[in-house]
Design a protein around this ligand. Structure first.
Ligand SMILES: *Cc1c(COP(=O)(O)O)cnc(C)c1O
Length: 326
């Protein structure tokens, strides 16, 4: 496990990294290192299971959880309570709309109020974005996804530029709450990380090609991908992401929810499944999964682009979109 932690620390330019039993355990370990009554600010668009935990268990435990559209920096500034807000959580690009938050600007806003900035960088990966260099205090990864890349490990990672008392409390939680990673998972994760840059580069190139082609598809009303010039976060993404815009994108269908569900049913090369960041391409109708309170529109399909030939991936989507036409 220490070897895998050293690789992640090097990838993030961090002083220290720690591995935990899942992405969710990495995220919850951070929030549980706070104290009941602490005010935390979290994004409107974020990984649904963590949002769900924050709005139920974390609130029950005593955290004062405030949701804001973090990509709107004025809105973020407006909810900060200097001296009271302890932590700002970001996800960028954010599931499943792929909205972009300016990490450097958010770090300034958080620090001015005396809060920590923590970034879920799972979908950006350390190849494309290094949040610590942009001012974040802690970066979190679901290593289940791109770091491992083979959809056969569940793991979480945290990395920090300054291993302080807060970091020590998180480490303590990892032991006391039984959130440590198993040795076989650490071994498999190291295996996966050997091909990490190759896989992420292939996924970025594939996603860019698919986004561009799908934007011209007659069944597609909109493509949500920060690599496209019309995406509202494109300029910030160009600054804070290097070498690509990630392997995740979503499409919204002219035919609405029924066409979205039918398209996911008709694909053959894409796999209909949750999760993301593996070598195989996945498609999912997120609104069915996320339920009440989700910002995800019902006509949306989330695509995790793997390392297959993008031409094959497009051809498969194209036939499924045609068959799904109302
Ligand atoms: C998958 C994921 C998580 C949770 O990771 P698990 O290992 O599945 O618990 C957290 N954040 C993001 C962005 C994810 O994609």
């Amino acid at each position: 496990m220490r070897e895998a932690e050293a690789v992640i620390a090097a990838l993030e330019g961090a002083e220290a990294a720690m591995l935990l039993g899942s992405g969710m355990s990495a995220a919850t370990a951070v929030f549980l290192a706070l104290a009941p009554g602490d005010h935390v600010v979290v994004p409107r668009v974020m990984y649904w299971a963590l949002r769900n935990w924050l709005l139920t268990d974390a609130v029950h435990w005593g955290l004062d959880v405030e949701i804001v559209e973090t990509s709107d920096l004025d809105a973020l500034r407006a909810v900060m309570r200097p001296g009271k807000t302890r932590l700002v959580w970001l996800e960028t690009p954010a599931n499943p709309l792929w909205s972009i938050t300016d990490i450097e600007a958010a770090a300034r806003i958080a620090h001015a109020a005396g809060a920590l900035l923590v970034v879920d960088s799972t979908c950006a990966t350390p190849l494309l974005t290094r949040p610590l260099a942009l001012g974040a205090d802690i970066v979190m990864h679901a290593a289940t996804k791109y770091l491992n890349g083979h959809s056969d490990v569940i793991a979480g990672a945290l990395a920090t530029a300054a291993p302080d008392d807060f970091w020590t409390r998180i480490r303590r939680n990892r032991s006391m709450l039984g959130q440590i990673l198993g040795p076989l998972e650490a071994f498999l994760l190291l295996r996966g990380m050997r091909t990490f840059p190759l896989r992420v580069q292939a996924a970025c190139a594939g996603a860019m090609e698919l986004a561009t082609r799908l934007a011209n598809h007659e069944s597609v009303a909109d493509v949500l991908y920060p690599g496209l010039a019309h995406h509202p976060g494109h300029d910030i993404a160009r600054r804070q992401m290097q070498g690509g815009f990630g392997g995740m994108l979503s499409i919204r269908l002219r035919g609405g929810e029924a066409a979205a569900i039918a398209t996911a049913a008709h694909v053959e090369l894409w796999k209909r499944a949750t999760s993301l960041g593996g070598v195989e391409s996945l498609i999912e109708h997120r609104a069915s999964i996320e339920g009440a309170g989700s910002p995800c529109p019902p006509d949306l399909l989330r695509l995790s682009v793997g390392i297959e030939d993008p031409a094959d991936l497009y051809a498969d989507l194209d036939q499924a979109l045609r068959r799904a036409r109302p």
